[in-house]
Design a protein around this ligand. Structure first.
Ligand code: MN9
Length: 295
């Protein structure tokens, strides 16, 4: 387990006002709420934040708002990934200026960039600031999968600190951690948190931890205490909710559940679809039967 980076981090969702603008005040309220609920840190402007549906200005303002609300209490990792290296560098420089602890980046997407181009993209971002970097490995969405060889090359830059591993390839997760024990590995699929921890992950970063911080932390704590049966039991509970959350759209569902706890988030940005009435009913049921009783 890494001494500095471990535990359960929320990949923060983005709250909107009723006019569809980013609601920075509500976001700061969420940061405070999750710290009170025991989370260990934040992943800002990631997939969960609908980062690619946000403007540059919004992404820059979001990191400022989160760092300000966090006020040095927990770690703040800022996702700076973009299709353009220059844009990603711009976000990274802003994250450093705002006082984020680390950056993270998805590989450049859409065009099928070569392996060498992707390596250069990461090297360019890492050289642009003094912040540590977590490579964001999410092959399902980016079309690019990290390998041990690529990691070996990227490790030549001392700013490389770890990987956010959003993949079900648990063999690769284990190999990365075993071959590079000094790197931090974050489990990225919440529904496989227990598996990731058992295979060597230092913790988990995920969207569903916004609305189930206690239950996610119970999985982690049970694992740390060495009680695998309990770890599995809590993961089963977590997954009972994640199944419904995924069915009705992860980000809209997570926000819907947080609204049951008094937040006002105003849905997701188009083209993501708004929550349906059926979804609301099913999530309400999960909230009562799984989330509240496991607090
Ligand atoms: O990387 C998240 N992935 C996305 C983390 O947001 C695409 C996960 O937390 C998933 O949302 C979650 C549900 O599949 O595991």
């Amino acid at each position: 387990m890494n001494a500095e980076y471990h535990g359960i981090y929320a990949a923060l969702v983005t709250p909107y006002t009723s006019e569809g603008k980013v609601d920075y005040k509500e976001l700061q309220k969420l940061v405070n709420y999750l710290i009170e609920k025991g989370l260990d840190g934040f992943y800002v402007n990631g997939s969960t934040a609908e980062a690619f549906l946000l403007s540059e200005e919004e992404r820059n303002n979001i990191i400022k708002a989160v760092v300000e609300a966090n006020a040095g209490r927990k770690k703040v990792i800022c996702h700076v990934g973009a299709i353009s290296t220059d844009q990603a560098i711009g976000y990274a420089k802003n994250a450093e200026k705002c006082g984020a602890d680390a950056v993270s980046a998805i590989s450049p997407f859409y065009y099928k960039f070569s392996e060498q181009e992707i390596i250069q993209y990461y090297q360019d971002i890492m050289s642009a600031t003094g912040l540590p970097m977590f490579i964001y490995n999410f092959p399902n969405f980016s079309g690019f999968s990290l390998t041990e060889e690529i990691l070996e090359k990227l490790k030549q830059n001392k700013n490389l600190i770890g990987v956010k591993f959003t993949s079900s390839d648990m063999f690769l997760l284990e190999q990365i951690k075993t071959l590079h024990p000094e790197l931090v590995v974050w489990n990225g699929f919440d529904e496989m948190l227990s598996a990731g921890l058992i295979m060597g992950a230092d913790g988990g970063i995920g969207s569903t931890y916004n609305c189930m911080p206690e239950l996610a932390h119970k999985v982690y704590d049970a694992f740390v205490s060495g009680d695998i049966a309990k770890t599995h039991k809590f993961q089963e509970k977590l997954n009972q909710a994640i199944k419904v959350i995924c069915k009705y759209g992860v980000f809209a569902s997570v926000k819907e559940i947080l609204e049951m706890d008094g937040f006002a988030f105003h849905g997701v940005r188009r083209p993501f679809a708004p929550m349906t009435e059926e979804g609301k009913r099913e999530l309400q049921k999960i909230y009562k039967e799984v989330i509240v009783p496991n607090r």
